[in-house]
Design a protein around this ligand. Structure first.
Ligand code: NAD
Ligand code: UDP
Length: 334
C-alpha cells in the first residue's frame, strides 16, 4: 500500500484522480486550501470509491503547514495539482499567480526534500508549447508562454528539471494536459466553476441547463475547417488514470520527463456544441462573436510518448465527455 499526497485534490482533475487512486488501493491525503473547491467533494469521492481520503485544509503558501503535513505521515509520492488556473485573471493579477503557483510549489518541493519524498507528478499544460510550435505538439519542442499562468507552468517544469539534475534519485513526471472536459459518470464530480465559466464545456452545459441564456462562439473566421478553433478535448477520467500510469513509471525511473496527455485529435468549437446537442437531445443556443484575445487557432497532442512509455491512451470519446458533463450539471448539488 502506498500513500500519496495530492495537492489540489478537491479540485476538478484532482478529485477524479483521487477516486482512481483509492480504487487502485493507494492511500490518499489531500492538501487543499479550498480556494476553488468544496470540502464536500471528499464525501462524493467516498461515495464513488468506497473509501475516504484524508483532507488537510491548508495553503501551500503556509510553509509550516505544508511541513506539518509531511511530519504527520510518510508519503511515497506527491501529485501536485494545486494552483490558480485562469489565464485572463493571471494577466490581471500576475504577482498573485506567480506567488501562489511558484511560492506554493517551492514550499511543497522544500518539504518533500526535507522529508525524503522523491517522487512528484506535476500538472503541467499544453500551454507550455507557446504560440509558435505547429501541431501536433511533441514533447521535444521548445517551451514558452504568452501569459503569467503559462509562465508558471514553464517555470515549475524548469525548477523540477534542474532539481532532478542536482538530485539524481528524484523523479518528476511532468504531465502536459490538453483540454480536460466531462465529469465522473456518477454525476457526483465535475467541473463546477464559481461565477460565469471561462471554459467552453462548463459554459455549454450551463446554457443547455437554462442557467445561462446563450453561448458566444469566440470567432468563426480562423483558418480551420469550419472557422472555429480546434482543441484536443479529453475526458477527465482518462486524464485521471494517466496519473496512475505516471506513478507506476516513477517507481523505476529517475529524472524529469514530460508527457502529453491528450487524444491526438483536434475538435472544433462547433463540432463540440453539435456533439453535445446530439448526444443529449438538447438545444444549446449560440451566437458567433468576436475572437477572444490570446486564443490560438488550434492545437492538439502527439500522444505517442504517453502510449509507448506510460502505456496510457485516452479511451473515452467526445460523446462520453458530452454525456457525462450533462449528467453532472443535472445532478442536484447539496
Ligand atoms: P481546480 O481549480 O479545480 O483545482 C485546483 C485546486 O487547487 C483547487 O481545489 C484549489 O482550491 C487548490 N489550490 C489553489 N491554490 C492553492 C494553494 N495555494 N494551496 C492549496 N490549494 C490550492 O483546477 P483543475 O482544473 O483541477 O486543475 C488542476 C491543475 O491542472 C492546475 O494546476 C491547473 O493549472 C492544471 N491544468 C488544468 C487544466 C484544465 O483545463 N482544467 C489544463 C491544464 C493544466
Ligand atoms: N470558447 C468559446 N466560447 C466560450 C468559451 C470558449 O467559443 O464561451 C472557445 C475558445 O475560443 C476556444 C475553445 O472554446 O477556442 C476552448 O476554450 P477553453 O477556454 O475551454 O480552453 P482553452 O482556450 O484554454 O484551450
Amino acid at each position: 500500500m502506498e500513500h500519496i499526497l495530492v495537492t489540489g485534490g478537491t479540485g476538478f482533475i484532482g478529485s477524479h484522480t483521487v477516486v482512481e487512486l483509492l480504487r487502485s488501493g493507494y492511500d490518499v491525503t489531500i492538501l487543499d486550501n479550498l480556494s476553488n473547491s468544496e470540502a464536500s467533494v471528499v464525501d462524493a469521492i467516498e461515495q464513488i470509491a468506497g473509501r475516504r481520503p484524508a483532507l488537510i485544509v491548508a495553503d501551500l503558501l503556509d510553509a509550516a503547514a505544508v511541513n506539518a503535513a509531511f511530519d504527520g505521515a510518510h508519503f511515497d509520492g506527491v501529485i501536485h495539482f494545486a494552483g490558480l488556473k485562469a489565464v485572463g485573471e493571471s494577466v490581471q493579477k500576475p504577482w498573485w499567480y506567480y506567488h501562489n503557483n511558484l511560492t506554493g510549489s517551492l514550499n511543497l518541493f522544500d518539504a518533500m526534500a526535507k522529508h525524503g519524498c522523491k517522487t512528484i507528478v506535476f500538472s503541467s499544460s499544453a500551454t507550455v508549447y507557446g504560440p509558435d510550435n505547429p501541431s501536433p505538439y511533441v514533447e521535444t519542442m521548445s517551451t514558452s508562454a504568452t501569459n503569467p499562468y503559462g509562465w508558471t507552468k514553464v517555470m515549475i517544469e524548469r525548477i523540477l528539471t534542474d532539481y532532478t539534475a542536482a538530485h539524481p534519485d528524484f523523479c518528476a513526471v511532468l504531465l502536459r494536459y490538453f483540454n480536460p472536459i466531462g465529469a465522473h459518470p456518477s454525476g457526483l464530480l465535475g467541473d463546477d466553476p464559481n461565477g460565469i465559466p471561462n471554459n467552453l464545456m462548463p459554459y455549454v452545459a450551463r446554457v443547455a441547463a437554462g442557467q445561462l441564456p446563450k453561448l458566444t462562439v469566440f470567432g468563426d473566421d480562423y483558418d480551420t475547417p469550419d472557422g472555429t478553433c480546434l482543441r484536443d478535448y479529453l475526458h477527465v477520467v482518462d486524464l485521471a488514470k494517466g496519473h496512475l500510469s505516471a506513478l507506476e513509471y516513477a517507481k523505476d525511473h529517475t529524472g524529469a520527463e514530460a508527457f502529453n496527455l491528450g487524444t491526438g485529435n483536434g475538435i472544433s468549437v462547433l463540432e463540440l456544441i453539435n456533439a453535445f446537442m446530439k448526444e443529449n437531445h438538447i438545444d444549446v443556443p449560440y451566437v458567433i462573436g468576436p475572437r477572444r484575445d490570446g486564443d490560438l487557432p488550434g492545437f492538439w497532442a502527439n500522444a505517442d510518448k504517453a502510449k509507448e512509455v506510460l502505456g496510457w491512451t485516452a479511451k473515452l470519446d467526445v460523446n462520453d465527455m458530452c454525456r457525462d458533463a450533462w449528467t453532472f450539471i443535472q445532478t442536484p448539488k447539496d
